[in-house]
Write a protein that binds this ligand. Structure first.
Ligand SMILES: [Zn+2]
Ligand SMILES: [Zn+2]
Length: 388
């Protein structure tokens, strides 16, 4: 495989960093050990500037090219946080912390971007500035948004920004992306149904929130099938039902929670409005009340057309055109890299993780066979976008 030779030569070293980070996972905004390792390595590589403490535990490294006449500044982003999950895989570098696990491969993302920083510091074969961004708290903590709020883009003068995520099921050495929506907007909702508690033997004296919840859950499933244009995309999932403590009491309150995923603002607005109305009206039918708390989360991760082309060309340069899919279907997962793409043009690319357990599965492990391709992609992207 035509990865960059110099990168292939030190990919075992990158794998060793990856396994060390894997063994010591840290949740969002708690990535103290990880970010200290990142900062220390960036220093050892000879980064021109290293800033720590952006968005609490975030780290940014600045690498200036051999030439700096172009004025170009390219941001390249990785995430560092783990998940609250107990690892079940039997591997040498298994997590040493109970209920903490790198089940999304952010250990791999961090290590690959470190590998790219090492290569770019050594070679500096570009005209401009490469900014390597190590963000905290991707898994629900919106670390990417906080970095943007704390001035990431302006402080470093970033003009374009790129992200990478591994993808189980896509062979190693393969890349995939698309222009437009790559990942969905991820919203969450909580519905509190209040009826009237009663003895279960005298249900007629109460308002049965369990029956209301059952009808409501079914009715909510009509939104995507009956209200959303069938040629557009939406997901409504009720993932949590809580109510009652006994077999002979009708509970006063039942709480539902869930998630909504969409790819377009119009569909997002529609589902939010319908979900609220369906919840309130279906409660009213039975004389109950529903309080709906709908919160918008990560926006759609929308790849910019031109920069998607740049990213695809860099990937093709490394692995060949037959290893790069440029028209994959969007995923209904979410990503807070989306906040960076709202600020500057750029693209997120998927790198193959081979036949491993899925993301967020307790047996998942980032595939070190992906490292050479991933690091080479980053390196080539910087060199191609800022030719010396
Ligand atoms: Zn994840
Ligand atoms: Zn992830």
């Amino acid at each position: 495989m035509p990865v960059i030779n110099r990168v292939a030569a030190f990919s075992d070293e990158v794998a060793a960093w990856r396994r060390d980070i894997h063994a010591h996972p840290e949740l969002g905004y708690e990535e103290k050990r990880t970010s200290a390792i990142v900062a220390e390595k960036l220093k050892a590589f000879g980064c021109d500037e290293i800033v720590t403490g952006i968005a609490k535990t975030g780290v940014v490294g600045v690498i200036r090219g051999r030439k700096n006449g172009s004025g170009k500044v390219i941001g390249m982003r990785a995430d560092m946080d783990c998940l609250p999950l107990q690892e079940i895989g039997d591997i040498a570098h298994k997590s040493t912390v109970a209920n903490r696990m790198h089940a999304c491969g952010h250990d791999g993302h961090t290590s690959m971007l470190l590998g790219a920083a090492k290569y770019l510091c050594e070679t500096r074969n570009f005209d401009g500035t490469a900014v390597v961004i190590f963000q905290p708290a991707e898994e629900g903590g919106a670390g990417g948004e906080l970095m943007v709020k704390e001035g990431l883009i302006d402080r470093f003068g970033i003009r374009e920004v790129y992200g990478m995520h591994n993808m189980p099921g896509l062979p190693t050495g393969h890349f995939a992306l698309r222009p437009g929506p790559m990942l969905a907007a991820a919203d969450r909702f909580e519905i509190e149904i209040e009826g009237r508690g009663a003895h279960a033997a005298k249900a007629y004296e109460g308002i049965d929130t369990v029956v209301v919840a059952a009808h409501m859950i079914t009715a909510l499933q009509s939104i995507v099938s009956r209200n959303v244009d069938p040629l557009k995309s939406g997901v409504v999932s009720v993932t949590y039902v809580r109510g009652g403590d006994a077999f002979n009491i009708i509970p006063q309150i039942v709480t539902l929670r869930g998630t909504v995923r969409t790819l377009e603002p119009q569909v997002q607005d529609l589902i939010q409005a319908r979900l609220t109305s369906v919840a309130q009206q279906s409660a009213a039918v039975f004389g109950a009340r529903a309080k709906v708390d709908y919160r918008r989360g990560y926006p759609v991760t929308r790849n910019h057309e031109v920069e998607t082309g740049f990213a695809a060309e860099a990937a093709k340069d490394v692995m060949g055109a037959d290893h790069v899919q440029t028209d994959i279907e969007p995923s209904m997962g979410g990503e807070d890299f989306s906040y960076m793409l709202l600020e500057r043009p750029g693209a997120m690319i998927l790198v193959g993780n081979g036949e491993t357990a899925g993301l967020h599965h307790p047996a998942y492990d980032f595939n070190d066979a992906a490292i050479s391709a991933g690091v080479s992609y980053w390196a080539r992207l910087a060199e191609k976008r800022m030719p010396a």
